[in-house]
Design a binder for this molecule. Structure first.
Ligand SMILES: *Cc1c(COP(=O)(O)O)cnc(C)c1O
Length: 463
């Protein structure tokens, strides 16, 4: 399998090269040259289906036995035997729980595999890299858990000192692994992000430390997320039985993986894109417009995004893989803050997509209602998806088609919102119950590039 850039200029790469590259050199995102087709079969066994679904994307970059071992190892630590269990919410709606990994959010599903794939590819090349990243609290721990104990990776994560919750900080700082380094920066999340950007922009430093990122545009993350769409179908009637999915959406990676599953032959009549108040995507699917607005903070912070980077992959396909056309559209969007999809292209979306948006008040009511109705406690991100699924059903669409809403975080990850909605603070799962007793490891540094670079250079095993 070879990978092409959505902007059409960067070199065509093999899987392993696209994995390490992340972003293409022309600013585009990598997508496979063609879509492998799913065979009949599949028994709802996560590991078996995972290896089958991903093998054509990985190609010769990893031999089959090593790949199967890597997949098994990635999901061994999940606290559910089915890896992604299904829960029946009634009225033809199922919840697919994606939060049974080490950090209680769906990003673990892809990142656990990504860390191992990185390590394997670096081993093959006899290379090492230093992963650096910034977090406002929600995603740092997933990256750390992905990289911990990997031979060829060191990871340094910056977070704003005293501005992340204690659970969020402890999920990062209690990881006891020699290649994990936490920095509390005297500053804001934006300061942390600026420091990371400045390190990448410092060409000499970047090369010397071989800086890399595990960001959400990496093709391997999408690939790993395709698996649970297929597994859900297998468990609900088979790969050829139609299922619609409702997906709480931020960067458009998760729901785009559902689209990839569809391109590979899964019968998905509809993907319902669920947004919070930051609803650029709702407008895009309604009228084809792309218009930025201020990011509004909500109870579902991982969806507080205005520009969803993975949308570019869908635009590439809609435009018949015309890289220069995608580049021109995004350039217009970037310089003018607004752009419109050609009406013909918008029409070609047909009935395959729908977009809905819900505000915090609706989210809190949904969490309370669902706890009353089924006893299931939803986190605020998942609630946005459940609201969209129910609204879609109630509007009379896709009658008779089973609906699956993706549950992207464990409720205990967002205890304040749950307590506000239900009056009860959700407890951490058993395996994290001693989180507050574990020793922390972190270094506090000033908001100063020289100090942070010196720290990274001292801790990294590269160079
Ligand atoms: C990242 C995240 C999302 C958004 O997923 P995208 O792939 O960025 O669309 C939704 N919910 C939670 C809990 C997340 O962490």
């Amino acid at each position: 399998m070879r990978y092409v850039s959505t902007r059409g200029v960067a070199p065509v790469l093999e899987f392993g090269e696209a994995l390490l590259a992340g972003l293409a050199t022309d600013g585009g995102l990598y997508v496979p040259e063609s879509w492998p087709q799913l065979a009949d079969g599949g028994h709802g066994d996560y590991l078996e289906t995972a290896v089958e679904v991903m093998a054509p994307f990985v190609g010769d970059s990893v031999d089959q036995d090593s790949f199967a071992a890597m997949v098994a190892d990635s999901y061994r630590g999940f606290d559910a035997e089915e890896v992604t269990p299904l829960v029946d919410l009634g009225d033809g709606l199922h919840l697919l729980e994606l939060f049974h990994g080490p950090t209680l959010a769906f990003k673990d599903v892809a990142l656990q595999l990504l860390g191992r794939l990185f390590d394997h590819e670096l081993d093959r090349r006899d290379e090492r890299v230093t992963i650096v990243g910034a977090t406002s609290g929600d995603t740092g721990s997933a990256a750390i858990e992905a990289c911990r104990d990997r031979n060829n990776l060191d990871i340094v994560v910056l977070h704003p000192a005293d501005r992340v919750s204690e659970v969020q900080r402890r999920q990062m700082t209690t990881v006891n692994s020699p290649n994990v380094h936490n920095v509390a920066v005297d500053g804001t999340f934006d300061d942390c992000q600026d420091l990371v950007k400045a390190m990448f922009a410092d060409a000499g430093f970047r090369r010397r430390l071989r800086l890399a990122a595990v960001n959400s545009i990496n093709w391997a993350r999408i690939m790993a997320q395709v698996v649970y769409y297929v597994v859900a179908a297998e468990r609900l009637g088979g790969r050829r039985s139609p299922i619609a999915f409702a997906v709480p959406t931020g960067n458009f990676g998760n729901v785009y993986a559902g689209h990839v599953a569809r391109r590979c032959g899964l019968v998905v009549p509809r993907l319902v894109v669920a947004s919070n108040t930051n609803d650029i995507l709702t407008r895009f699917f309604t009228d084809g417009s792309l218009t930025v607005a201020e990011v509004v903070p909500t109870l579902s912070p991982s969806m507080d995004i205005q520009v969803s980077s993975n949308l570019e992959r869908l635009l590439f396909e809609l435009s018949d893989r015309d890289g220069p056309a995608v580049a021109a559209l995004l350039e217009r969007f970037r310089s003018e803050g607004t752009a419109a999809l050609d009406p013909g292209l918008h029409a070609s979306l047909g009935n395959a997509w729908s977009g809905y948006r819900f505000d915090d008040e609706e989210v809190l009511r949904c969490i309370a209602d669902e706890a009353d109705r089924s006893g299931t406690v939803l986190d605020p991100h998942t609630a946005v998806g459940v609201l969209a699924a129910r609204a879609h059903q109630e509007a009379g669409y896709d009658v008779g088609v089973k609906m699956v809403a993706l549950a992207t975080a464990h409720p205990s990850k967002f205890p304040d919102a749950i307590e506000q909605a239900t009056g009860v603070r959700p407890p951490l799962p058993d395996r994290l119950a001693d989180l507050f007793d574990r020793p922390e490891q972190l270094v506090r540094l000033p908001n100063d590039l020289e100090a942070v670079e010196a720290f990274v250079a001292e801790r990294s095993r590269v160079g």
